[in-house]
Design a protein around this ligand. Sequence first.
Ligand code: MF3
Ligand code: CO
Length: 247
Amino acid sequence: MISIKSDREIELMKHAGYINYLTHLEVKKNLRVGITTKALNDIAYKFIIKNDCKPSFLNYEGYPASICISINDEVVHGIPSNRKIKNGDVVSVDIGVEYKGYHSDSANTYIVGKTSKEVEDLVKNTEKSLYEGLSIIKDGVKISDIGSKIENYAKIHHLGVVRELVGHGVGTSVHEDPDVPNYYTTDHTRLKKGMVIAVEPMLTLGDEDIYVEDDDWTIRTEDGSPSAHFEHTVLVTEDGYVILTKE
Ligand code: MF3
Ligand code: CO
């Protein structure tokens, strides 16, 4: 069942989204060569708590940290640790924020220091693919059209589209119905105004194949190619959408 949010719920989700956005800014401000991913996690945790919110991911299905930090060939769900950020790292930061029982989910990818033009384009085009997917959203649109837009954009730029992980509804749980794949499907479910979904393309410089590491969380590309991830939580409206995880 896909929930339709009331005006009150939308207000709470807007606040959860805004704190999520501000948390991203805090992490970004501190992201540099030599900092550990654990230190970044702790900065996010403190900021979220200080703002009377909770980190949605902490203890979610046993996840042991507040945010996910996934580097280079890590696609998503990297667990913060004592590992230090290095020059040229591609760092994806995924944050969930809960306010009064309502969640927001958002991810950004940064390049720290210098890398190749190819990797720069991967990051730029993954972000663009997110906005391509979002661009068609409004009441009545087929959810599968979002994935088609993202997949087409990725194909034009010769990027792999990770298929095992998909976007999702967001509300009283960080993952709700519907699934929002980043590729073409024959699903005919339509968006309605008042739905809130997270759209989150994960693109790679190589193949789409992934595997789960021994820690049972970290997801990596099978071929070792770098990957980027961008995500926004958006509210569907009559004639468009509102990004909740932005200023
Ligand atoms: N942000 C992830 C998503 O977009 C969820 C992280 S799940 C966690 O679906 F378990 F790592 F918290
Ligand atoms: Co998500």
